[in-house]
Design a protein. Sequence first.
Lengths: 243, 303
Amino acid sequence: MKQGIFTIVQNELLAPSVYRMVLQGDTTGFTAPGQFADISIPGLYLRRPISLCDVTDDKLTFIYKVVGVGTDAMSTMDPGQELDLLTGLGNGFDMSRSGDKPVLIGGGVGVPPMYYLAKQLIAQGRQVSVILGFNTADEVFYSQEFADLGANVTVTTVDGSLGTKGYVTDALKDMDYSFFYACGPMPMFRAVEAVAETDGQYSFEQRMGCGFGACMGCSMETKRGPKRVCKEGPVMDREEIIW
Amino acid sequence: MVDTKVKLTGWELDNPIIPASGTFGYGHEFAELYDINCLGTFSFKGTTRDPRFGNPTPRIAEASNGIINSVGLQNPGVDAVISNELPKLAKVFNKKVIANVSGFCVEDYVYTCSKLNDQEQIGIFEVNISCPNVHNGGMALGTSCVSAAQVTSAVKAVTDKPVYVKLSPNVTDVVEIAKACEDAGADGLCLINTLMGMRINLKTGKPIIANKVGGYSGPAVYPVALRMVYQVYDKVSIPIIGCGGVTCAAEVLEMMMAGATAVEVGAANLINPYVCRDIVEALPAEMEKYGISKLTDIIGGAH
């Protein structure tokens, strides 16, 4: 974990209520895809945990949905504004378990952390498939960006307005894969759990106090004992989860 | 060169800055960030007789200038604290620590304190009779003079370490409870624990926190804590650890002027993990600003 001051270089609407923020600063706090930052929002007390979408030598990309006062405040911020971030929080995905043909499953705002994961796995020579699940075509973002990385991309929409009609599991059930990584809402996790045929990892979300393991605000029970979503998570192994 | 030393029942601290229980774990998360030996000491995570997972999630809600938590005393239990946490702590912290102990009945406190009594790493006990997040014991014991005194005297009987009692602000008259603890043999007091609060999610129309209510802490409660320390100070003759919403060196001085001998910093650790180190570093300059050469000179000075 590192604390640092970052400058907003971009903050733009990507889809309805969904924004992409690019920040410039010391990015060395991040060591694995699936980690998150805890962003201090002027005027609000608690930091806001946001998943890392991409990281380069000097820039961080976050994609966030406006769901409350914190993300609403973020959406009105302009380039040039400085923000205080804790970076490199959480364990991140275990890429050593991916096998040759991992599938990455993102639902809604569960999609962003899959981007840096896909980038890293492709860099390691893996044949990466990505399933991006949305409700409707209007909500879809980043399908082209994943394709540009070289991933095999499948988009699903509940109303069938783009890609495969239905849920991520409608695409997953016909796929051949070595391991899965999933991030999205709990109903999606339960659906994936019901059909997935390999080992995998899920990235969880929880209301957090500190984001770095001090307050025990975000704990969950697992088969390997209590874990803090912010510290021993947010990524949990399929085999340890109590459904 | 100013003198920042303070004394808690014969135990001299290099400075009065103490991360508060429940915001600092057993020290490890912060030892990864800075050398925690700069602290006066710290109060470790509320420890109980048996391991506890705590309350269901969500356990956290934001409020104006503060945080509402309903963790519910998640901790590995006293045996694991002795076998795992304290030996691990010894590797990164060479000072004595404050043992925050909680329970659900008098016997729980007695059991846990008896077990911890032999641990040389423990300087004093902080007996928490003010946790608002458990349904039995906890705060229930700290809101009546009779039960507060019962816990205090029962713990005093099984330990030779100083016993400080952490009090709840959720009472009609905190002075009455403070005096009852002193009369029962308490060596010191710590006030305050969190104020009970809640938030409701407007979209669902239901409480945000699974346990519905929680403990409110952070800068918003600072004036309340200051007032209670001030009120209790001249009604007791034992030292007070002031706690509640402190975020900077100036507020440490203010809390001491109200009557605190040492000052705990809680919620601020969760927002700025370096805050206690920063306060320790800022304290001498802040003292000089007000012509304070010896910190102990200002304790209770506002009276």
